[in-house]
Design a protein. Structure first.
Length: 303
């Protein structure tokens, strides 16, 4: 056959012949390598597709997966909320009548002060509570780490009850100041109650428990002036129910007595039903190991 001659099979199937030639001369290993995606080196920059892939597969926040919320121990939480309402109730219940109370004291009748200074002395009485509370709240919280939360809370409730009774029976300016200072001195329940709430909750339900304390605080701040303004001077407002001379001599004892009874009821509930959240083996080696895991933040860093 001459070089220019072509067979009939080659003319009929030219595609098949070309395919066979390509397949015979091609390296199958190189084709498989080309079909596989190229691996990006760590030093190569991310393209737009890789960036989208990373954001779709990687969570934006560490540990942002939805966690199951631990149920709150509502029995203990309600006791803590009742503890929280005591302080704003007792501190704000005297605000509606404190000016009238100071106006009838010995410092005004004796001429030591005049009517224009009533607001000044009323402010001293109101602020003495918060000053002594601010000076002692950190010490009460620190002491509760050693002796337990429950004894400090009971002491604070008892001191608040006693100071409110003394305030209602006081007839002189300095007696009123001392009773309010005593109330703030013994009332370390603000920080200790929050510590108990933190120990009753965990990371999953803490955001649900702590806002309730703010809600309860606002409730006590609202009810305190309402009780004080409604029950002050009962002999004049309710003459049929309060006819004795005692209510005329002590016209502001009734609102103090009502708030003191409320705090004393919370004292009994706390004594019977509140469980201690600080372990008894606080001084043991095991508890010291637990304390070293979470070191407290320094006060300078908090400021």
């Amino acid at each position: 056959m001459s070089p220019m001659s072509v067979s009939t099979q080659e003319l009929e199937n030219p595609l098949q012949n070309s395919t066979s030639k390509i397949s015979s001369s091609t390296d199958y290993g190189s084709i498989s390598e080309r079909l596989q995606p190229k691996r990006r080196s760590s030093a190569s920059p991310l393209n737009s597709r890789d960036t989208i892939q990373v954001h779709e597969e990687t969570s934006l926040l560490y540990g942002s997966r939805k966690q199951t919320m631990t149920p709150l121990p509502w029995g203990q939480v309600l006791i803590v909320l009742l503890l929280q309402v005591c302080e704003p109730l007792t501190s704000m219940s005297i605000s509606p009548y404190v000016n009238q109370l100071v106006g009838g004291l010995d410092i005004i009748d004796s001429g030591y002060a005049n009517d224009h200074q009533v607001g000044y002395y009323a402010g001293l009485i109101m602020s003495s509570f918060f000053v002594f509370e601010a000076l002692t709240v950190l010490h009460w919280s620190r002491l509760s780490d050693h002796v337990g939360r429950k004894p400090i809370l009971l002491l604070g409730l008892f001191g608040t009850t006693l100071s409110m009774i003394c305030f209602g029976l006081s007839r002189t300016f300095w007696a009123l100041v001392i009773s309010r200072c005593l109330c703030g001195l013994l009332n370390g329940n603000v920080g200790v109650a929050k510590s108990v709430m933190g120990e009753l909750t965990d990371a999953s339900n803490r955001a649900k428990g702590f806002p309730m304390m703010t809600m309860v605080w606002a409730t006590g701040t609202t009810l305190g002036p309402l009780i004080g303004g409604t029950l002050a001077r009962p002999a004049e407002r309710f003459p049929n129910a309060f006819k004795g001379t005692f209510w005329k001599e002590y016209p502001y004892f009734l609102p103090c007595f009502v708030t003191a009874v409320f705090v004393f009821i919370i004292f009994g509930i706390t004594l019977i039903f509140l469980k201690e959240t600080v372990p008894k083996s606080l001084g043991s080696s095991a508890s010291l190991k637990d304390q070293t895991k979470d070191q407290p933040v320094a006060f300078r860093q908090l400021l």
